[in-house]
Ligand binder design. Structure first.
Ligand code: CP3
Length: 346
């Protein structure tokens, strides 16, 4: 199907654009009353994720309501550990919880890499197909997965954590087990992303939310080594790598075969551009908290960020997912400001 708006794909590939494309991580979710209304008709988050028609509906909501330049499929990074054998629950107000965890070799039966992603994750693929049919080419659809290190964090810890010290402990006490687990997650992630692309995802993103808790050397060995394998395998569409908190690794990330690098709000766009040159697109990176300020200030902060861009290779986003209590009107101001911004002759 021909896309009517392919700005984000052109920006990812470093092609000509008329203006910067804009979307928000976590845009399909709790900031919208329309999302909460759909969610209230179901038993919970998981039922929504596993019901393709409803997942497609909430995926399209931010396109209709906020006017973003891309949709991101409504799902979660935790569907991968579940498909491999570790079931999770999403506990209201608390977050994910896994009954079992992986701590020793004898737990590896809970991380099966010889699975059929079409069977285990067919509901996501179906949601992608329905979304594209209903979007009818209005904007591209982004597929995603968690990066292997972040998925390992949840498989080992079993829940959210500020430090993920059980996961980091494994890197010191049993690096062989950590590598085996990362290898298995990588295998499944490649198959899963390829299946998403086959189903219709126009670009894909890896979320490495816990990249920043590792030092540079450990992140190279346990994080980027596997991201690089995924980037080598995904040749069909542009890939974005979002390694939150991994400022010291930006140049290494830029050496992987990704098209776009996601920046969190602590990273300086000017410095990163200087460090990586023009070979990769930069995505980001307004502080999500900036959207708590007045409309005038949101506008000022957004323009301030845009003025720092010295290249056309940018996709505008926040530096992390939008917070649930943000007023959708502020999100609209952010998006409008980006769309009205006149592209200088860069
Ligand atoms: O971006 C989107 O709009 C698409 C959907 C999406 C969700 N999760 C839906 C969701 C995406 C891309 C994710 C990614 C994700 N999930 C990450 C990586 C990005 C990041 O934020 O760092 C991580 C670490 C997870 C795991 C996860 N899922 C946690 C820790 C939680 C609980 C805390 C929270 O943020 O709500 C979730 C739940 C979740 N995933 C919700 C949504 C809309 C909230 C569930 C609800 O509706 O109650």
């Amino acid at each position: 199907m021909k896309l009517m708006n392919d700005l984000i794909l052109r920006a990812a590939k470093g092609e000509q654009i008329e203006r910067y494309p804009v979307w928000l991580m976590r845009q399909a979710g709790r900031i919208l009353p329309e999302y909460r209304a759909v969610r209230a008709t179901l038993s919970g988050f998981k039922e929504l994720v596993e019901t393709p028609e409803r997942a497609a509906e909430v995926t399209i909501q931010p396109v209709d309501i906020l006017g973003v330049d891309a949709a991101i499929i409504f799902s979660d990074i935790l569907v991968v550990p579940e498909a491999m054998g570790l079931e999770y629950q999403m506990i209201e107000q608390k977050g994910p919880w896994f009954e079992k965890t992986i701590r020793t070799e004898s737990d590896l039966y809970l991380a099966d890499s010889h699975i059929d992603v079409y069977d285990r994750l067919g509901y996501v693929l179906e949601a992608i197909k329905i979304t594209n049919k209903e979007l009818n080419g209005r904007v591209p659809l982004i597929g995603f997965a968690g990066a292997p290190w972040t998925i390992l964090c949840y498989m080992v810890e079993g829940k959210g954590s500020k430090t993920f010290s059980e996961s980091r402990k494994m890197l010191y006490t049993n690096p062989t087990l950590a590598h085996e687990l990362l290898r298995r997650i990588t295998d499944v992630t490649i198959q899963y992303l390829k299946a998403q692309i086959e189903a219709g995802a126009h670009m894909v993103q890896l979320f490495d939310s816990w990249a920043g808790i590792l030092g540079k050397e450990q992140y190279a060995e346990f994080g980027l080594k596997y991201i690089s394998k995924i980037a080598d395998a995904i040749t069909e569409v542009p890939l974005t790598v979002f390694s939150k908190g991994a400022l010291t690794s930006i140049e290494v990330i830029a050496k992987t075969n990704c098209a776009t690098i996601g920046l969190d709000w602590n990273m300086d766009v000017v410095e990163v551009r200087k460090a990586i040159g023009e070979t990769r697109t930069i995505q980001g990176n307004l502080d999500p908290c900036a959207l708590y300020s007045s409309e005038k200030e949101v506008e000022r902060q957004t323009i301030n960020m845009l003025d720092k861009f010295t290249s056309k290779r940018h996709i505008v986003n926040l530096g992390h997912g939008v917070y649930p209590d943000i007023d959708p009107e502020k999100v609209k101001t952010f998006i409008k400001t980006v769309k009205n911004y006149e592209l200088r002759n860069l």
